[in-house]
Design a protein around this ligand. Structure first.
Ligand code: PRE
Length: 93
């Protein structure tokens, strides 16, 4: 039982590390989105760029499925991230 508890703690520590990386990556992505948002604002370009969003979504599907992620999950994740990215840029207007 003690061994199992120890092993569990080790895996949980690994999950905590991965979560830290995930959140750091997300924050980096939104900082880039903010920079793009400033460029769009100065060029009077719309926040939502449907062609680019479709391209990004396709990349999520390709990369996500190749990593064994569930297609529905990939789609939800893309929508969540794209929505937040647009919110970040909308706030600059
Ligand atoms: O590529 C852009 O124009 C972005 O602003 C980035 C981004 C994204 O987060 O991937 C956000 C909004 C657009 O609809 C398309 C893509």
């Amino acid at each position: 039982m003690d061994n199992i508890r120890e092993e569990l703690e080790q895996y949980r520590a690994q999950i905590d590390d991965v979560d830290r990386e995930l959140l750091a990556c997300l924050a980096a992505r939104f900082r880039l989105s903010e920079t793009i948002g400033l460029l769009k604002r100065s060029a009077d370009v719309h926040v939502v760029q449907q062609d680019r969003a479709t391209e990004v979504k396709k990349r999520y599907e390709t990369l996500g499925t190749s990593q064994g992620l569930r297609p529905d999950f990939i789609l939800e994740l893309f929508h969540l991230i794209h929505q937040e990215s647009c919110r970040v840029q909308d706030r600059l207007r």
